[in-house]
Every structure is written in C-alpha cells, then in structure tokens.
Design a protein. Structure first.
Ligand SMILES: C[C@H]1O[C@@H](n2cnc3c(N)ncnc32)[C@H](O)[C@@H]1O
Ligand SMILES: [Zn+2]
Length: 446
C-alpha cells in the first residue's frame, strides 16, 4: 500500500540532506520512503492525484520524524514494573529480580513483551534491542505488534563451562529460528549478560558464535562501581580491558552493543571510539539504581557512537524514550556542571539515527530509499505552544503520549492515537494477570 503524508513539519535527522522541512510531504511505497519534499506549492496533492494514492494523512499540527530506537530493554520484564524499587543493583537482582524471574513462564514473557510493544508504540519507539529469556515469545510479540526487534537471549554462565554450552545453544537457536523474520523486522544478537556474571572465556565464545552467525553482541558493561572494583580485584583490570584481551570490542565483523558504560575511564572511551562500539546510555535506570553518571559528553567528544535505552521496566519504570531523552540531557548537564553539555539536537540524534544504526542501517533518518519507520508527534497541544526549536520541544517539552501516529516498515501501527495491531484491553488484562500470578508464585517460594 502507498501512503502519502502531507502538511507535516518534518525533522529528517539526515545529516547529509535537508534537516528540516517546515511544510513537507513524504511518500511511502511498499515499505520504503520513495519521495520527501517541500509541500508549500501543493506538491503532495498533485502526487496523490497522479499516482491515485488511496491513503493520505494530513499531518497539519504534527512533527514527522524517524521512529525512536530503544537500544537496551528486557521486554519481558515489563511484568515486573514496580516489583522492587529503591535498591542497589546487586541486591535488587540477587534478592528480588532473579528469584522472581526463576518463576517466569513462556506465557508470562509473551504478554509482558506484548505489553512492552504496546507501550513503545504509544510512546514513539519503532525499534528496540532486547536481552531476556523465552525469546521466542518476545519474537512472537514483535511479529504481532509490527515494530522492529533486535533480540538476544540473556546468557548468564557464572564461570560454569557446561552451563555456558547450554546457554550458547539457546541463543544459537534464537538466531537460526528468527534472524530476518517478519520481513526483516526481527533480527538477533548474542547476549552474554555482563563481565561479572560471565567468564572472559565464555564471553569470547559468545563473540565467536556471533561472528560465525553474522549477528551482533549485546552486553552490560561497567554499570556499577561494584563491577569495576570486582574486576580490578579479580583480574587487575577493568571490564573493558578484560574483554579487549579477547578482542571482544572488535566491530569489523559484527556490531557490538554495550549497555550502561557508567564507569568508563578516558582510556576505555578512546578504545570504544577506535573500535566503533555502540554505547546504550540508560540514564533513568542509572539514576534509580544509583549506579552513577555515564560520561556521555566525553564519549561524544571522543567520537563514540552513543544511543539511548530505558533498560527493563523494573528499573525505570516505563519505556518512554521521551523521558529518557530529557533525563539524558539534564543528567549530563548537572553531572558536568556545564549547561551546554548534551544539547537537545544531540539527544534526538542519539534516540534516532545512532540507535537505529545498530538495528537496521536503513532506518533512523527520513530519506528517499530508506525504510518507512516514522512517527507523528502531536504539537496541537498546550505543552507545544510555542515552538521555537523542534529539537528543544522534543527533548524538553514533549511527552511520549504526544505521539499520535506510527508507521513501521510501511504499515500503520497507530493512527490518530488508535492502536491498530492489537486489542489493548486484552493485552493489559492478560499482562496484569500474569504479573500478579508471577508475584504470588515468587512469594510462595520465599
Ligand atoms: C537478562 C537479565 O538481565 C537482568 N537485568 C535487568 N536489568 C538489569 C540491569 N540494570 N543490570 C544488569 N542486569 C539487569 C534481567 O533481570 C535478566 O535477569
Ligand atoms: Zn539491562
């Protein structure tokens, strides 16, 4: 189907082309953007008539921009939203989250993931990178929801080589079953959990498997000072150098996605810039677990690719990248005591083009020939009057709930606030049932 969007304020996020078109149009044919341009001379109506386009969206009063990419989630964890708050990472995982997760079923992860997809659609996220369990269920949810998911299985090996072999086999199956499915909307990665929960040898095996399969790797790294101290005590070096010793950060064959990166030294930053590692910055989770402030401005100055992530819903506690964008900007400013740190446009780039790079290089900017993944942000709202600068509005004033329409891979998933791809009431009901029953089972085992 062809779709024509007209009268939009377009923020293309394309560094090589026109960045803003105040009264623009965009034509989608199949799953690709076939034309994008100025509509002040009424070009759109002519195209609609000439081509006999059935679906025309009048985007007067809306910003048209690429969809947002959430580069670090644990989507099934949406069921654990608010399950355990106000704790440090180690205690939170060991005393609350892992015992609860030990009771997870495939059905739980399906409904948790679908709820997560719904929340992402409602807040402008068209693509995400996930690391969790029962990933077939998350894949089915992505298939249904119509967004893009780059899925990895969270492998925790704890230095047990036999367990490592089993974990790798599960991730390998995910890759062989799902890579490229749903017209390429589903992609996969390998997900060794972290340098303090997996051995160096195992993480090296995961990287090898990823290179063999031609897919990326997704890992947590230097999230807390406790991790840094643990690595120094046990290996006499930080996590980054510990994994560099097995060439883990080499991106010449496959992408490497590193979540958190809070406790990075200047040397680590230089190495990531040279290697081309993508950092997923998760400021809200880092603040909530009091993990620290990642040196993002320093990373950007050094040329590191930095994207944004929410982390799981148990440490955020939502999936809104609009909140994440604002928090990222504010945290960097107060962390460096420099109000010019992480300006608005740089944050929008993190949430769009930088994140998309690691998921699908044909997304993240609006340009001819690119895949049709985009959102309309409603600016016919009190919090959007006036707008002097579109990036300032998106980062400092807008909310996820201002997203009114979403198109992914040329298909409309939400139009004028109506989600077209799932029964919202049913998803919320089923997810709540699963969540309360999971909590009950976890409590009984205590
Ligand atoms: C894939 C695994 O990662 C866990 N997990 C969720 N949030 C975090 C975090 N901030 N840091 C490390 N691990 C986390 C999940 O609870 C799951 O056990
Ligand atoms: Zn995480």
């Amino acid at each position: 189907m062809s779709i024509l969007i007209k009268n939009a304020y377009i923020a293309t996020m394309d560094k090589d082309g026109t960045s803003e078109i105040p009264n623009g149009f965009l034509l989608i044919e199949d799953n690709l953007i076939s034309q994008i341009g100025d509509n002040s001379n009424g070009a759109a109506d002519k195209i609609a008539a000439d081509k006999g386009i059935g679906k025309v969206i009048d985007a007067e009063g809306a910003i048209l921009m690429p969809g947002l990419s959430n580069t670090h989630t644990h989507l099934g964890m949406t069921l654990l939203r608010g399950y355990a708050d106000d704790m440090a990472l180690k205690d939170w995982l060991e005393k609350q989250i892992w015992p609860a997760e030990a009771n997870l079923t495939a059905e739980d992860v399906y409904w948790g993931s679908l709820l997560g997809c719904l929340e992402m659609i409602r807040s402008g996220t068209t693509a995400f990178c996930d690391m969790y369990f029962f990933m077939d269920e998350t894949a089915k949810a992505v298939e249904k929801a119509g967004i893009r998911g780059c899925l990895s299985y969270g492998m925790i090996e704890f230095g047990d080589a036999e367990k490592g072999t089993k974990e790798l086999a599960v991730n390998e199956k995910l890759v062989s079953d799902w890579q490229g499915k749903a017209n390429g909307r589903i992609t996969t990665m390998f997900g060794p959990h972290a340098p303090n929960t997996c051995s160096q040898a195992f993480i090296a095996r995961a990287k090898e498997a990823a290179e063999k399969a031609g897919v990326g790797v997704h890992i947590h790294v230097l999230e807390t000072e406790a991790e840094l101290n643990y690595m120094k005590e046990n290996f006499d070096m930080c996590s980054v150098h510990h994994l560099d010793a097995v060439d883990f950060w080499n991106t010449s064959k496959v992408p490497v996605l590193a979540a958190h990166c809070v406790w990075m030294s200047d040397g680590d930053i230089k190495l990531f810039a040279e290697k081309g590692v993508t950092v997923s910055h998760n400021p809200i989770s880092n603040m909530k677990l009091a993990s620290g402030i990642a040196p993002i401005q320093k990373m950007l100055d050094a040329g590191v690719i930095v994207a944004l992530g929410t982390d799981g819903c148990a440490s955020n506690n939502n999936l809104s990248l609009f909140e994440e964008m604002k928090t990222a900007a504010l945290l960097q400013k107060v962390g460096t005591m420099d109000p010019t740190a992480l300006p608005a446009k740089a944050v929008v780039e993190m949430a769009t083009v930088s994140g998309a790079q690691v998921i699908d290089k044909q997304t993240g900017v609006l340009k001819t020939g690119g895949k049709a993944d985009m959102i309309l942000v409603d600016v016919n709202k009190a919090n959007a009057a006036p707008i002097f600068d579109v990036y300032s509005h998106l980062v400092y004033a807008a909310a996820g709930s201002d997203v009114k329409t979403m198109i992914v891979d040329g298909k409309i998933l939400m139009e004028d606030y109506n989600v077209l791809v799932m029964d919202e009431e049913e998803v919320m009901k089923k997810a709540k049932e699963c969540a309360y029953s999971l909590a009950e089972r976890a409590k009984q085992k205590e």
